[in-house]
Write a new protein. Sequence first.
Length: 136
Amino acid sequence: MSVKLVRQYTVFLPNIPGALSKFVELFANEGVNIIGIASEIRDDSGVVRVAVDADRKVSHLLTGAGFTTIETQMISVDLQDKPGELMRLAKLLGGHNINITTVYGTSDTGQTGRLLMNASDVEKAYEVLKAELGAK
């Protein structure tokens, strides 16, 4: 099981064809791999969250391209893809008085899944997950 810190960039995009492709093109042009993406659309605009597995910050690229962005640290957790794994993780963090504030993820062929999360105390959550789940 793997637990690591990653960066998430949150931006507002217009709800028009091509807006997302122009946004993610910035990451592709810089060779930055997007490991997670989520969006919420309301009428004529939307909020897009992109998690990247990169050591360097790319917020300057986004602001240079005219995007208002919020950069946050998130936790990436690779879990077994089986019933109860998310519950186990949520109970573990809740038991340490840590609130999960954002969560999204996916699974891969029924073997493993990746969960991306933000928490009320990211550093504490990261340390708890590393210690309790035996992660590297």
